[in-house]
Design a protein around this ligand. Structure first.
Ligand code: HEC
Length: 106
C-alpha cells in the first residue's frame, strides 16, 4: 500500500521533480562556468592589471558588473588582453563569450 502511495505521489509530481532538478542543474552549470571564467580572468588579466593603480582587479564578486566592458575590450575593440604574449586560446575565448551571453545584460 505504501509503495502504491509513493508511486502515485511520484507520478503526480514527476514534472515538478524534473523541472526543479533541471533548474538546479542549470544553476550549477552557471556557477561552474563563472568559476572557470574567473580562473581565466585571474590568470590572464589580473596579473597585469595588478601592476598599476586604478586598473580593475577581477573578482568573483565584481566580474559580472564588468562583463560589458570585458566584452567591449576583448571582442569588440580587441585591446585586451594587452600584449602579444598574453593571447587567450580559443577555449578561453569561447568560455568568456558563453559567460557574457549567459548574463542578462541590456
Ligand atoms: C599586459 C597587461 C594587461 C593584460 C594581460 C590585460 N590588461 Fe586589461 N588593461 C591593461 C591596461 C594598461 C589598461 C588601461 C587602458 C589601456 O592602457 O588600454 C587595461 C584596461 C582594461 C579594461 C578597461 C577598464 C576600464 O577602465 O574600463 C578592461 C575591461 C580590461 N583591461 C580587461 C582585460 C581583460 C578581460 C583581460 C584578460 C583577458 C585583460 N584586460 C588583460 C593591461 C592589461
Amino acid at each position: 500500500m505504501s509503495h502504491l502511495l509513493i508511486l502515485i505521489i511520484l507520478f503526480t509530481n514527476w514534472n515538478t521533480i524534473i523541472n526543479s532538478s533541471t533548474y538546479i542543474d542549470s544553476i550549477n552549470q552557471k556557477v561552474e562556468l563563472k568559476k572557470e571564467v574567473y580562473f581565466i580572468l585571474n590568470t590572464k588579466c589580473n596579473f597585469c592589471h595588478a601592476k598599476k593603480k586604478n586598473r580593475v582587479i577581477f573578482t568573483l564578486d565584481n566580474m559580472n558588473s564588468f562583463s560589458t566592458s570585458i566584452e567591449q575590450q576583448v571582442f569588440i575593440n580587441k585591446k585586451m588582453p594587452k600584449g602579444r604574449k598574453n593571447k587567450l586560446n580559443m577555449a578561453e575565448e569561447e568560455k568568456l563569450n558563453i559567460w557574457i551571453n549567459s548574463l542578462d545584460n541590456p
